[in-house]
Design a protein around this ligand. Structure first.
Ligand code: PLP
Length: 459
């Protein structure tokens, strides 16, 4: 690709004016940001003409790959017809209503419970703020206003607004801004590699980890607990895949105490784990499902909450006006792009392909990384995968965090044409769902190369 961008100029504008999310501003200014200028399929290019295989799908979102004309066409057509209108004052628009019905039809029914309603936002964070508002409203309307506490998990990620950052279990986020806000509390995550006892099986650990929820409910007081929220597989926390026993036991516990269950599927929905919605894979029955990212493959911001019958019935029949919403709730262009994106996913059969073909193929290739001297616990679930970089493979001894071993590995990835994310000492991927087997092979070969280079540097 010809280099038509003046990299130094863009970097200087960037340094002078753009405060990046989750970034040490001073550190970035000293380095200069990598300027991404173009993308096609599973690859992105920087302003110096370097091509990188994007094994993170942007930020877990570009599921159908880059450069899909159908999505650009849908946005263009909708912008010409109706670029914007609000949905506050008893008005709607064609894409928003059509998409809501489409999402309702895609969400699997479990034990007769269905999701007939959608509340729209523009992001995962906003959607989880909406969840907090809906959960509180639900219990108020049922005459149980004391049910305010939402239980979440350490190292879970639910977004970055005040409520969503509070639901998130990241101590480094809580340390800035007096978080969490009141009535949000956390339990330990189901991270087998870190939290299992010696000799404990994965299934045993899953039951014990779910038991931490029951212990917390009893500590808080069952009549004060409003909801439990969790990601089916923790993404930003480092792709933490729960044992098979975990979610069914969580379901048993929330049922026992009558509390609401929120499945935050901002990453896991729309085929990423091989299903339209991941609760189906793990066999649980949420009351609310958060979505964003993959609904538009990240081409335009859109998020929302699938509202199950249990909550919708109360909000609709007993609630009167719900004093909550966003300027861009049901944005026509975003919803039109989402419809075109879901159309691609359906016509290319992406959830099923991930479940029956691409996911198992990635799993076999990824598990082979366990042979590498630097790697422990390499595993995947659908089209997310993670591994731990360890100092001593035999004992599982971890590296000194000050060494930032993950960042070291990420540096080699960037230098060798691969985007892989580091979360502490975990290296993670969430590639586009449109990869071929040959591209999976290419990605895994690149990962191996970068592991080798990291290993050599550490020796
Ligand atoms: N929930 C989960 C599970 C996420 O992974 C994210 C973002 O990565 C969010 C919520 C927040 O989404 P957003 O960044 O669109 O606000």
């Amino acid at each position: 690709m010809p280099n038509t961008v003046d990299t130094a100029h863009i970097q200087s504008l960037d340094s002078a004016h753009f405060l990046h999310p989750f970034t040490d501003f001073k550190d970035l200014n000293a380095r200069g940001a990598k300027v991404i200028t173009k993308a096609e399929g599973i690859y992105i290019w920087d302003s110096e003409g370097n091509r990188l295989l994007d094994a993170m799908s942007g930020l877990w979102c570009v599921s159908v790959g880059y450069g899909r004309k159908e999505l650009a066409d849908a946005a263009h057509q909708q912008m010409m017809a109706l670029p914007y209108y609000n949905s506050f004052f008893q008005t709607t628009n064609v894409p928003a209503a059509t998409l809501a019905a489409k999402l309702a039809s895609l969400a699997p029914k479990v034990d007769g419970r269905s999701f007939e309603h959608v509340f729209y936002s523009s992001s995962g964070s906003e959607s989880n703020d909406s969840n907090v508002r809906m959960v509180r409203r639900y219990w108020d309307l049922l005459g149980q206003p004391q049910r305010k506490v939402i239980i979440s998990r350490h190292n879970g990620y639910h977004g970055s607004t005040m409520a969503a950052a509070s639901l998130s279990g990241m101590s480094y986020m809580h340390a800035q801004g007096d978080l969490p806000i009141p009535n949000i509390t956390h339990i330990e995550q189901p991270y087998f590699f870190e939290n299992a006892r010696s000799g404990e099986t994965s299934d045993e650990f899953g039951l014990r980890a779910a038991g931490w929820l029951e212990a917390k409910i009893l500590e808080v007081g069952p009549d004060k607990v409003a909801a439990f929220i969790g990601e089916p597989v923790q993404g930003a926390g480092g792709v933490i895949i729960p044992p098979a026993t975990y979610w069914p036991e969580i379901q048993r516990i929330v049922d026992k105490y009558g509390i609401l269950l929120i499945s935050d599927e901002v990453i896991c929905a729309f085929g990423r784990l091989g299903h339209w919605f991941a609760y189906e894979k793990f066999g649980y029955k949420p009351d609310l499902v958060t979505f964003a990212k993959g609904v538009t493959s990240g081409y335009i911001p859109l998020g929302g909450v699938l509202v199950g019958d249990r909550v919708a019935k109360v909000l609709i029949e007993q609630g009167g006006e719900f004093n909550h919403g966003y300027t861009y709730s049901g944005h026509p262009v975003a919803c039109a792009v989402a419809l075109a994106n879901l159309q691609i996913m359906e016509s290319e059969n992406l959830p099923e392909r991930v479940r029956t073909d691409l996911g198992p193929y990635l799993a076999s290739k990824y598990a082979a990384l366990n042979e590498h001297p630097l790697v422990a616990h390499a595993e995947s679930c659908g089209f997310v995968a993670g591994l731990v970089l360890v100092k001593d493979k035999r004992t599982g001894e971890r590296f000194d965090p000050d060494l930032s071993v993950g960042m070291l590995c990420r540096k080699h990835c960037f230098a060798n044409g691969l985007v892989m994310r580091a979360v502490g000492d975990r290296m993670i991927i969430a590639p586009p769902l449109v990869m071929t087997h040959a591209q999976i092979d290419e990605m895994v070969a690149l990962i191996l190369l970068c592991l080798d280079l990291t290993w050599q540097e550490l020796k």
